[in-house]
Design a protein around this ligand. Structure first.
Ligand code: G3I
Ligand code: 9MR
Length: 733
């Protein structure tokens, strides 16, 4: 079901995500680790010279002078920076300048855990050939799509051993993006980036994220990568080692759920040099990352290394097969005519995994320059792996050269982050997928920091994350499900077709793109300026699609910052929530009130509730009413049918008392009464259990209810209160 433009617009307004946050203070609206560098961007128009940071209770905890005014051309803005790095105490805060208040953010020792887990879990949500169950996917559970067990060899891919029309099996793998096709080039870089994150920060990935394989003794990130590696292996023709460029329909699927699209024939299309080399590099890395798990996957590590070498040999024999879509295929191309960088990357990985000098020579021969990686520019990935393994490099590669090159790139990127928004992103970098450009720059800065610990590199890397989380010219947090102004309408077929108000969580939107290549399919962009060329609209495949190769550096950067940001004992403590007292429950009812409450409000609150329930792995039923009208309802997959009756009875209590059902529950219990036998009430029609909360519109009184059922009463109540706080942006309580 596609939402109408009107409904979409209403939902954005309700979520506070309608437009660029013109003139506002821009800050990473997720938050910071205690010892991190912390900046906010303040418009010059604020005409102030000082800033304050205020805590959840409204008290000023820090103040300071704004930096000098500085122009940021990509957004045509002059801004000043507030540096509040001195704030290290855990808590929730906002930055204030005159009458302007930023979105809230947290300072917390494990501050990127939820974000990092969600960014990785996004890959699970894009798995093909497997049903996503409510246990792992919450409200976004869906049937399996695209089994790919009978894929047709396209004319462009025909060979003697596999003529046109041959049927092969090529199941599993991740859908590339908002579309349902699978492309080796892009899959390679995405998988590599996840494997590199694990290779560089093994301790960080010890915690489960809740996928079907969790608890099997293998880090979840590796289980997730395996889902795709198993598919990638099938893309190699065993007869000659060549690798098909992509597995695809002839044209893009419609805007439907994956299982509804599964009847269209799917093809493997032409072998290419880029695909063979990206495959070789990725398999070489996988073979070494998998080696310690031989017991779990016997023989697979060796098989991957052999596959990598066979693909390399094919590429050496076919060094310039550039992929172009055949006439009858119009899906993603990932075509790239410059192949030195692919040769260099594959050579570097094969060198590290085999120690053979021939690969060192091949790497040097290509002399591939080091610049921020992207799907068509992969040399940096080889340099990054060489840096990781620099203490054990085979003869022929000079460790000092690797260190110098990585440092030189970081120096350039850190310099680019000196003015304006203080991000390692220049106007020329703002292309299709710009949010991943800035995160890949962050990833490279972190490689240099790992070598020489220069604080400026860690700070600029932090800035790359801050940018996508809200310190950007649009004010959006570009990750679905995060921040006060999250992306709500990504070009992502499941998010568009599933009928769930909230998009699938954890996805990074492509981001600003002055190319505006989707202009014909979309309402006008708000600006032509590079950093403002963004639409939070699901029409926008050029600025608001999601993609695996964009999420991968988000996973890498959150893991790396979590592992590398210095820690001190002093900031390991977190605030402990106080137990509910009647006055505190009344205070909730006073603070969580509305100026207006309509269907759009209910939809947005419903979206927050669904997201919270998913994050906390809870199965609930939600109902939001105004008067006798149900404005929003959602029973999550697996929810019990009797939730509806609990909701009816809890709501009746709220209508009668004007208080939350949890308030009455506590009131009765504290008076020594039995909450299941309220005097004078027929308990078949009332329930004094937490979960129903009054909707109070200022000036009108109680007009409706926001209700959750499915958990113990205190937890139902807590879920509702948390979602209302999210929606109303109330951070007291
Ligand atoms: O690099 C040049 C830059 O030098 C130049 O200044 C600029 C001017 O427009 O263009 C830059 O190239 C752009 C390139 O992305 C940058 O990576 C191209 O214009 C632009 O057309 C190209 O877009 C690619 C897009 O597919 C269209 O082919 C994206 O990189 C790529 O991420 C995207 O990938 C799609 C798949 O095809 C299908 N699946 C979804 C996926 C994400 O949207
Ligand atoms: O939905 C497609 C998206 O996944 C691709 O990245 C994009 C690349 O060109 O194309 C999208 O499909 C659009 C097509 O190109 C033009 N007509 C509208 C399609 C989106 O609904």
């Amino acid at each position: 079901m596609k939402r109408s433009i009107l409904a979409t617009a209403l939902l954005s307004v309700a979520a506070g995500a309608a437009a660029a946050q013109d003139g506002g203070i821009k800050v990473n609206a997720v938050g910071f680790l205690p010892q991190a560098h912390k900046l906010a961007v303040v418009p010059q128009a604020a005409k102030a010279s000082r800033f304050e940071v205020v805590g959840a209770d409204g008290k000023v905890v820090l103040d300071g002078a704004l930096g000098a005014a500085s122009r940021w051309e990509p957004a045509g803005e002059t801004v000043r920076v507030a540096d509040f790095s001195a704030l290290t105490q855990a808590g929730t805060y906002r930055v204030r300048v005159g009458g302007l208040l930023s979105d809230p953010f947290t300072v917390a020792p494990d501050g990127y855990r939820t974000l990092g887990d969600a960014a990785l879990k996004a890959f699970y949500f894009n798995r093909s050939a497997i049903a996503l169950t409510p246990q792992y996917a919450g409200a976004w559970a869906r049937p399996a799509g695209h089994p790919d067990d009978k894929v047709v060899v396209h004319a462009s891919a025909a060979s003697k051993a596999r003529p046109e029309g041959t049927i092969i099996a090529s199941p599993k793998g991740w859908y590339d993006a908002g579309d349902y096709n699978k492309y080796v080039v892009n899959s390679g870089i995405a998988t590599y980036t996840l494997l590199a994150a694990l290779e560089h920060f093994p301790d960080y990935f010890k915690r489960d994220i809740g996928i079907p394989e969790s608890g099997n003794g293998v880090p979840d990130i590796l289980d997730e990568a395996m889902w795709n590696l198993e598919w990638l292996l099938t893309m190699q023709d065993p007869n000659d080692g060549g690798v098909y460029h992509k597995l695809t329909n002839l044209r893009f699927d419609g805007i439907v759920m994956p299982h509804a699209a599964s009847n269209t024939p799917r093809y493997v299309v032409a072998k290419s040099t880029a695909a063979a080399l990206d495959f070789a590099a990725t398999m070489a890395v996988a073979s070494r990352v998998l080696a310690p798990f031989e017991g779990k996957w016997p023989g697979v590590s060796q098989r991957m290394l052999a596959a990598a070498q066979a693909a390399w040999r094919w590429a050496e024999a076919h060094p310039d097969v550039v992929f172009k879509n055949p006439k009858d295929v119009v899906t993603g191309e990932y075509g790239d005519a410059q192949l030195d960088d692919e040769f260099a990357w594959a050579a570097a990985e094969l060198l590290i995994s085999t120690g053979q000098a021939a690969y060192a020579q091949a790497f040097i021969r290509r002399d591939a320059p080091l610049s921020t990686p992207a799907w068509g520019n992969v040399a940096a990935l080889g340099w990054m792996s060489l840096a990781q393994h620099r203490e054990r490099l085979a003869p022929g590669i000079d460790r000092a050269l690797v260190e110098r090159r990585v440092d030189a790139l970081a120096m350039q990127l850190a310099a680019a982050a000196e003015g304006g928004y203080r991000v390692p992103l220049a106007a020329k970098d703002i292309v299709w997928g710009s949010n991943a450009v800035v995160l890949n720059a962050g990833m490279m800065l972190l490689q240099a920091y790992r070598i020489n610990s220069k604080p400026a590199y860690l700070q600029a890397a932090q800035s790359s994350l801050d940018y996508v989380l809200g310190r950007n010219a649009t004010g959006y947090t570009f990750v679905t499900g995060f921040g006060a102004r999250p992306v709500m309408h990504p070009h992502h077929r499941p998010s568009m077709a599933d009928g769930v108000a909230a998009p699938v969580p954890g996805w990074l939107a492509g981001g600003p793109n002055p190319g505006q290549q989707d202009a014909r399919d979309c309402p006008p962009y708000p600006s032509k300026l590079p950093a403002l060329s963004y639409l939070d609209h699901d029409c926008s495949y050029a600025a608001n699609e999601v993609a695996i190769n964009w999420n991968a550096p988000l996973v890498y950067v959150t893991a790396a910052l979590s592992a590398l940001t210095p820690r001190t004992e002093a900031n390991l403590q977190t605030a402990t929530p106080s137990l509910p007292s009647l006055p505190s429950l009344l205070r909730e009812e006073q603070l969580l009130q509305f100026d207006r409450f309509d269907k759009a409000t209910a939809q947005a609150i419903g979206a927050h509730l669904i997201l919270r329930a998913y994050r906390e792995r809870k199965t609930v039923t939600i109902e939001i009413t105004r008067g006798d009208t149900v404005l929003f309802t959602q029973a999550m997959p697996g929810a019990s049918p009797d939730h509806a009756d609990w909701i009816r009875r809890k709501n009746n209590l709220v209508k009668r008392t004007g208080h939350s059902s949890f308030y009455t529950h506590n009131e009765v219990r504290q008076a020594g009464g039995d909450h299941d036998a309220l005097p004078g009430l027929d308990m078949r029609d009332y329930a004094a259990h937490g979960g129903a909360f009054p909707v109070v519109v200022r000036g009108e009184g109680v007009v409706g209810t926001v209700t959750v059922s499915g958990l113990p009463g205190p937890d139902d109540h807590a879920l509702v209160v948390a979602a209302l706080k999210d929606y109303l942006k109330v951070d007291q309580l």
